[in-house]
Design a protein around this ligand. Structure first.
Ligand SMILES: [Zn+2]
Ligand SMILES: [Zn+2]
Length: 346
């Protein structure tokens, strides 16, 4: 049996007061983002629980990003575009390789220099500090699709995508989050340093630096740099990350466990550097590849980078799952699509 972090062993349990449809009803679910559904949801929303500060900040951020998109097409220098794409990859890796696969799941170990780089990249992504990110994510795995899941997909597509960040946490999220063992994070000096100095460090990394460098090195208009390399790039990484919690919990095959929401979604995998193989990931969360396969052709850039870091001695103890174990699990609880795929390649 492959090693596994202790607090990821228990699969989501249904809470007593959970009136949502049970697992066997899931196959008939469809992503409903119709206007009718949106109006229905808004009517039934408990407005007293809306976190208005975040809702206003997100509204502003999206307005700036639309303007950033306009500038990206018509106004900025090509160097600024290249720079923004580079920042996109760095910020995304900070999440996938850092906050997710390293700090939330401990699926491999990283040397001090690599941890410093990943913490810097994760700061660039501005998705809360590493400690908070990993705590929310561990509770998501342990209590998936229950009230204790911060972005419970049963509460709808929008809620699991970004609504959860604009709405007061369910008491169960706080309660269960408190009971998690986070001692490994508390012992990590880099994680705790980032948490302590988060506000100034995140503003410098996510907005000041992306504005200053293009202005200083290739005389880009500072406002244009802020809108494109700052806001537009930031918003893009946010949505790509959120797709893992929304779309990859709704659409895709379930070759490893058909009784859970997380699904194999190639589109999400492609955009989120390999994080869309979500049915596999929820079944085998300790695998550093978050998929049965890694590498470029399998839409898994993060695994490729971790593999490279391990070759040059920056990463070690990469955990995986044996093909036999994967196949056994697929035969036992999968929806049959794993077998189909295996037959096709024969
Ligand atoms: Zn995970
Ligand atoms: Zn998930």
């Amino acid at each position: 049996m492959a090693p596994q972090a202790p607090d990821q062993e228990v699969k989501g349990e249904l809470l007593e007061d959970d009136t949502a449809p049970h697992h066997h009803d899931m196959e008939v679910r469809e992503v409903d983002i119709s206007l009718r559904r949106i109006i229905h949801d808004l009517r039934h929303l408990d407005w007293s629980k809306v976190v208005w500060r975040n809702a206003i900040l997100f509204a502003l951020l999206h307005m700036y990003s639309v303007y950033g998109l306009y500038l990206a097409i018509f106004a900025v220098k090509w160097k600024t575009i290249g720079f923004s794409v580079l920042l996109y990859f760095m910020a995304a890796l900070g999440i996938t390789m850092g906050a997710h696969r390293l700090w939330s799941h401990r699926s491999y170990k990283a040397t001090l220099p690599l941890r410093v780089i990943l913490a810097a990249f994760q700061t660039l992504s501005f998705q809360n500090d590493i400690f908070e990110w990993a705590r929310d994510h561990r509770v998501h795995h342990k209590y998936s699709e229950t009230d204790a899941d911060p972005h419970n997909a049963r509460r709808g597509f929008f809620f699991s995508h970004m609504g959860w960040l604009m709405y007061r946490k369910h008491p169960k999220v706080i309660e269960k989050g408190r009971n998690l063992d986070l001692s490994d994070l508390k012992e990590d000096a880099i994680v705790m340093w980032q948490r302590k100095h988060y506000v100034p460090v995140v503003l410098l990394t996510c907005f000041v630096m992306p504005t200053f460098l293009p202005w200083f090195f290739w005389e880009e208009n500072a406002v244009n740099a802020l809108m494109v390399a700052g806001f537009l790039r930031y918003t893009t990484v946010l949505h790509v990350t959120w797709l893992v919690n929304s779309l990859a919990h709704w659409v895709g095959n379930k070759p490893f466990d058909k009784s859970i929401y997380p699904s194999q979604n190639p589109v999400v995998a492609y955009l989120a550097l390999g994080e869309g193989w979500h049915n596999y990931h929820h079944v085998f969360p300790w695998d550093y590849r978050t998929a049965e396969l890694g590498g470029l052709v399998d839409y898994n850039i993060t695994s490729l980078v971790i593999g490279f870091c391990s070759k040059i001695g920056l990463a070690y103890d990469l955990k995986t799952v044996t093909p036999e174990m994967i196949e056994k699990r697929a035969n036992r609880t999968g929806d049959g699509s794993y077998v189909e795929n295996a037959m096709k390649t024969k």
